[in-house]
Ligand binder design. Structure first.
Ligand SMILES: NC(=O)C1=CN([C@@H]2O[C@H](COP(=O)(O)OP(=O)(O)OC[C@H]3O[C@@H](n4cnc5c(N)ncnc54)[C@H](OP(=O)(O)O)[C@@H]3O)[C@@H](O)[C@H]2O)C=CC1
Ligand SMILES: CC[C@](O)(C(C)=O)C(=O)O
Ligand SMILES: [Mg+2]
Ligand SMILES: [Mg+2]
Length: 337
């Protein structure tokens, strides 16, 4: 079945402009949504706990900051942009008690609903507007007049207009400039987790580190290894982003292309594809969700150790030094754009 894709002309900005929106959380996605909603003429407030380090950032941007419970009570569209691991408690303690019939609950990832950590109350619309990109770039693209594609899904359609509401919200954050695909919470949650684990973040980071280690262990200069497997990857991926893998192959040499075609499948081989299927199965049967929630409940010991090991990898120090000599590369990540 062909994907149903919505663009600017398919969405009515007036719907979200007529609602009171609470964005709960002001991190990567939350700041992008809150600022772009405001810039799109929407009545928006931010919900953050007392003592949250994000409060000052939101206030610096002139946004009104309330507690999550106050924001949920005041608004009629509650957009949950807190970390997936805190959402079940946040929903039970601060949001559910303040939901009224006719309200709408929006997510940007289907994790908690798909894996059963949140079962929304009857009588409210429950929808998903999931940007397919990091929040800081969702905001950067919006400001630049572009947009990051989104997925939209409706879990509960109490008003009969939940899809229209989701599309209107997506338009306000720039999503319909790029295209918004209709899906389900399950399809969004499962494909998003697979993409970030196997390809975009897990797969790509492991590939870069392994390539760097291979060159450095063989005696090549770390700076050359960094430029070869990390810096240039962005330039290669830019060509794929602009014109697909075919454009990357067009722009690179025939020597490169022959090596790409014959050696690439030795790196991503049958064993890799088998592992990808196992990773997808662990997502689909809930193994990953259970493991991650338990890890978080236990204080994240493995997560924190692995994060520190990643920061200590040699490629980080070399990259820090080289990026410092290319003023245009290190664009600051900020919540106050
Ligand atoms: N990161 C991304 O680009 C993407 C994220 N998503 C989804 O967006 C959602 C948000 O993720 P992300 O933007 O990465 O989150 P971040 O970790 O970047 O930010 C979380 C924000 O929530 C705040 N927060 C923490 N606890 C609470 C609480 N109890 N109540 C209210 N606010 C709280 C944090 O404040 P403090 O400063 O105090 O920590 C921070 O402002 C998740 O569902 C995620 O899967 C979807 C697409 C991409
Ligand atoms: C790729 C990671 C992501 O899914 C995203 C930026 O889209 C996330 O959860 O951060
Ligand atoms: Mg994603
Ligand atoms: Mg994700």
């Amino acid at each position: 079945m062909a994907a149903k894709i919505f663009y600017d002309d398919d969405a009515d900005l007036g719907i979200i402009q007529g609602r009171k929106v609470a964005v709960i959380g002001y991190g990567s996605q939350g700041h992008a949504h809150a600022l772009s909603l405001r810039d799109s003429g929407v009545d928006v407030r931010v919900g953050l706990p007392e003592g949250s380090k994000s409060r000052a950032k939101a206030q610096e941007e002139g946004l009104r900051v309330l507690t999550p419970a106050e924001a949920a009570a005041e608004a009629d569209v509650i957009s949950i942009q807190a970390p997936d691991t805190v959402q079940r408690t946040l929903y039970a303690q601060d949001i559910a008690p303040n939901l009224k019939p006719g309200d709408a609950l929006l997510f940007s990832h289907g994790f908690n609903v798909r894996f059963g950590y949140i079962t929304p109350l009857d009588g409210v619309d429950v929808a998903l507007v999931a940007p397919k990109g990091p929040g800081h770039l969702v905001r950067r693209q919006f400001v630049d007049g572009h947009g990051v594609p989104c997925l939209v899904a409706v879990e509960s359609n109490a008003s009969g207009k939940a899809l229209e509401l989701g599309l209107s919200y997506a338009k306000a954050i720039g999503g319909t400039r790029a295209g918004v695909i209709e899906t389900t919470f399950a399809e969004e949650a499962e494909t998003d987790l697979f993409g970030e684990q196997a390809v975009l973040c897990g797969g790509a980071s492991a590939l870069i580190q392994a390539g760097y280690d291979t060159l450095v262990d063989a005696g090549y200069q770390p700076e050359i290894a960094y430029f070869e497997v990390l810096h240039e990857l962005k330039l290669i991926v830019d060509l794929m982003y602009e014109g697909g893998i075919a454009r990357q192959r067009y722009s690179c040499s025939d020597t490169c292309e022959y090596g790409d075609l014959t050696r690439g499948p030795r790196i991503v081989n049958d064993a890799t594809r088998t592992e990808m299927k196992k990773i997808l199965a662990e997502i689909q049967d809930g193994t990953f969700a259970t493991e991650w929630i338990a890890e978080d409940d236990n204080g994240r010991p493995d997560f924190l150790r692995l994060r520190e090991e990643g920061k200590a990898h040699g490629i980080e120090e070399v990259g820090f030094k080289l990026r410092g000599l290319m003023s245009w590369v290190d664009r600051p990540i900020t919540e106050t754009v």
